[in-house]
Ligand binder design. Sequence first.
Ligand code: SER
Length: 317
Amino acid sequence: MQQAHGKLLITGSSGQIGTELTGTLVERYGADRVIATDISKPGRKDCNTAALDVTEADSVKNIVKKEGVTTIVHLAAILSAKGEKTPDFAFDVNVNGMRNVLSAAAAVSGVKLFFPSTIGIFGADTPRDNVPIETITRPTTMYGITKLFCEQLGEYYFRRYGLDVRGLRLPGIVSYKTPPGGGTTDYSIEMLRAAAGGENYTCFLKKETMLPMMYMPDALGAIVKLLEAPSSALVHRTNFNVMAFSFCPSDLENEIRKINPGFSVSYAPDERQEIADTWPRSLDSSAAAREWGFSAKYTLSEMVRDMLMNLAPLPEK
Ligand code: SER
């Protein structure tokens, strides 16, 4: 178990990443140090829990002060596809939520704050392959616009108030424990779930839509590494690119068919295709590797095997 001073507060802890990351942090820092929050009080029993609406500035401030919070893992956010359905709500949660968390953190000295940014901060003008951290960032979704703002607001709090803010741009995250909350990369999980359930799948992206992705265990490992990196080692702050591999829907289909030859996918792109068309195919993760030792272990085929094993027993050979 690692030493951590004070309490560690997680927002959005019932989401796709939150449910798993909370478990990882409880293992690392101890149950009594972790407070898992979400808009409704999380049902988990392995740590302290509370209901917390990040759009309510006073509630955020109060919990940080009252509990003696020294680390905040701010996951509460509205993802790309859902954000296009409810842009005002996405703005409120993503922008005002971030501002409230930053300002509560800055009001107490010595607080560290982590939040995930996204490949959604890039746009159609960004080069597509091996995208560097600094490049053209003109996102066109509410999700991308708000997360780019979060990156920059985070840097502002670091420069102006010395707040230890850290963030990385996650690619699509594939996992089996908790479904994602309305993203564009969700097709990958839906496809694997269909295959595991013995069903075929209709994909909402075109078969050649290549996007950067990562398996959940590598995402959890990356977040913990960045959270624990010595502050002095960080040249960048809120905008580290990270990815494990790139694939398109037909690559995933083919990988599944190696295990389950009867599986098939039909393609019926919807409005989410427009979002995916503005995102890069791959990212340059070298600054993350250099500054805090980022690495991803799982390959695409290892991920597919592990997902199918965990979602359903593999067919007899
Ligand atoms: N998984 C996210 C989404 O598709 C990308 O950060 O919205």
